[in-house]
Design a binder for this molecule. Structure first.
Ligand SMILES: CC(C)(COP(=O)(O)OP(=O)(O)OC[C@H]1O[C@@H](n2cnc3c(N)ncnc32)[C@H](O)[C@@H]1OP(=O)(O)O)[C@@H](O)C(=O)NCCC(=O)NCCS
Length: 170
């Protein structure tokens, strides 16, 4: 398994498949998803876990000011121009628990431009214990929370999802 950075075009379709498999509820609008993923790939803000040219995991990031839900606690206490946001982390289901997520994060911390960014944030659903455990192990500390309004998959009504923003100094 190797982690590669800045190979933007080659993995578009596999990243799309991995995203849909990892976040089934978000996959209904494939055109919107394709545009969303293109933003990361064209900026080369992506790390890929590859074995024999096959994609097993991906980490996508962006400047944090592109996060539309950014809590005021972050905007008031950080220079958001210097903050990077890990927007997506995903590993293919059969390969989870083997250290690929840890490797993606380790590689991210080594490769991210520390002149451009001083702080990293990641956002996670408060029930995602595996992800929260991994992020804490990698040095992230819970910083603040938001409630997101989500629509049920059948379109019938809405519910609240609590998301935690975790912070790590780079
Ligand atoms: C979160 C995710 C990216 C982690 O990737 P991963 O390759 O499984 O991560 P790692 O193997 O490096 O570490 C996972 C940790 O959780 C532990 N773990 C416990 N149960 C686990 C399970 N069922 N599957 C995977 N890991 C598990 C592992 O033991 C490991 O901890 P350790 O290093 O102390 O042993 C991956 O589970 C995933 O893609 N989940 C679905 C998408 C998602 O929720 N993404 C995060 C959104 S914020």
């Amino acid at each position: 398994m190797k982690i590669v950075h800045r190979e933007h075009s080659a993995y578009k379709d596999p990243v799309m498949d991995l995203y849909i498999a990892s976040f089934p509820r978000s996959s209904s609008d494939k055109i919107a998803l394709s545009k969303y993923l293109d933003e990361f790939l064209k900026e080369e803000n992506a790390l890929f876990a590859i074995d024999n040219d096959q994609l097993f995991g991906a980490l996508l990031y962006s400047p944090i000011h592109e996060d539309k839900d950014l809590p005021s606690l972050i905007t008031e206490n950080f220079n958001t121009q210097k903050c990077v946001y890990i927007a997506e982390m995903m590993v293919s289901e059969n390969s989870r628990g083997k250290g690929i997520g840890s490797q993606l994060l380790e590689s991210f911390f080594i490769n991210i431009d520390k002149n451009q960014y001083s702080d990293a944030f990641i956002r996670v659903w408060d029930q995602n214990e595996v992800a929260i455990g991994l992020y804490k192990k990698m040095g992230f500390i819970p910083y603040t929370e938001i409630d997101q309004v989500k629509t049920y998959p059948d379109g019938n009504g809405t519910f609240l999802m609590k998301k935690i923003y975790l912070h790590k100094k780079l």
